[in-house]
Design a protein around this ligand. Structure first.
Ligand SMILES: Cc1cc2nc3c(=O)[nH]c(=O)nc-3n(C[C@H](O)[C@H](O)[C@H](O)COP(=O)(O)OP(=O)(O)OC[C@H]3O[C@@H](n4cnc5c(N)ncnc54)[C@H](O)[C@@H]3O)c2cc1C
Length: 306
């Protein structure tokens, strides 16, 4: 892993840093650049704003690695309330939700995660929406794909996520190319035994995987901010005879908003991944670690009162 990224992640794990960041009065403003808020109401407001500007949305309730049934249940309840609100406010047509199985009990049992994810899928379907199952670290890949396959027996449009940094992913792309699949680079620190560690190798694999997904009859969702990959995907999509509505780009809330607007104005489908919830700290530090310029922006805001 990039040393600056490791350093930021290590510092972020430090209790004193965590306390300082979480309680500094200016943090809130900076956090709001990347996190839509702590409540369902704030997530709905952010969604309405993005939809007004021609973007689609996938909402993620922050909170991973739940080893507690009650916490998993609270996560499910929040998703159910969110789906209700999206439906009631007329936003359902442009929205879906992203769910991490670890937040709904995967560490306790795969069956519990399946049951809880099924409840979210059922509510989403009732409101005219779909669910995408986020992919987490490689120790959970097989379990997540098994749960996904079960969910798809009832809700075939449930989205999968595949990570280009994993060596296995090209095979998984061939397997799932006929369905809704989000392709991302991958956000976890993985060993070389299972993942490409050279960023250039990851990019090359992203392109191979993009080709495999575009060649299939499914609906690929290209989650990246990388300008080269955005360009290559557009070119490969044209080569495969895909119309703009046959695939979509996805980017994170607060990351390259001008590019999101540009792609949408060009007629592409662009979906913004909108995280919300009280547990924003881990999410935020991963974003800062990915891009030291974001960390500089954050640190400047911590010391500046303006
Ligand atoms: C919608 C969405 C869903 C995701 N879901 C998952 C998931 O389920 N599982 C998972 O493991 N990961 C997920 N990720 C995270 C993903 O795996 C990457 O960690 C993250 O997107 C960074 O990779 P990147 O493709 O943007 O390229 P990077 O290699 O991080 O960046 C490449 C280039 O993009 C540009 N860029 C990147 N960030 C910025 C910025 N802040 N401002 C300006 N330019 C920038 C720069 O030119 C940079 O050089 C998701 C990402 C997105 C966008």
């Amino acid at each position: 892993m990039n040393p600056v990224r490791s350093l930021i992640l290590a510092a972020a794990d430090h209790d004193a840093v965590r306390r300082a960041v979480a309680t500094a009065p200016v943090s809130r403003r900076v956090v709001r650049r990347f996190v839509a808020g702590e409540t369902v109401a704030e997530a709905i407001d952010a969604t309405a704003h993005l939809v007004e500007h021609g973007l689609r949305v996938t909402l993620d309730h922050l909170g991973e690695d739940t080893a507690d049934r009650r916490a998993a249940e609270r996560t499910v309840q929040t998703y159910l309330a969110l789906l209700d609100q999206l439906h009631d406010t007329g936003l359902a047509v442009d929205a879906e939700v992203s769910v991490k199985l670890s937040a709904v009990g995967q560490a306790l049992s795969e069956r519990l995660a399946l049951t809880n994810a099924s409840r979210i899928c059922a509510a989403a379907e009732q409101g005219g929406m779909t669910v995408t199952v986020d992919m987490e670290d490689h120790t959970t890949t097989d379990s997540t794909l098994r749960v996904l396959a079960e969910l798809r027996r009832t809700w075939p449009s449930t989205g999968a996520v595949l990570q280009a940094y994993l060596r296995r992913t090209l095979d998984d792309c061939h397997e799932l190319a006929g369905s809704r699949v989000r392709l991302c680079k991958g956000a976890y620190a993985e060993p070389a035994s299972v993942a490409f560690t050279d960023p250039h190798e990851v990019d090359l694999n992203y392109v191979r995987c993009a080709n495999a997904l575009l060649a299939g009859g499914g609906y690929p969702m290209f989650a990246t901010h990388d300008p080269r990959l955005v360009e290559i995907v557009a070119e490969r999509a044209r080569w495969h005879g895909k119309a703009p509505e046959d695939f979509e780009y996805q980017m994170l809330y607060g990351v390259r908003p001008a590019e999101q607007a540009r792609l949408a104005a060009e007629g592409h489908v662009v979906r913004v991944y909108v995280p919300f919830g009280e547990q924003w700290y881990g999410y935020l530090t991963r974003r800062l670690a990915e891009r030291p310029a974001n960390a500089a922006f954050f640190l400047r805001s911590l010391v500046s009162r303006s």
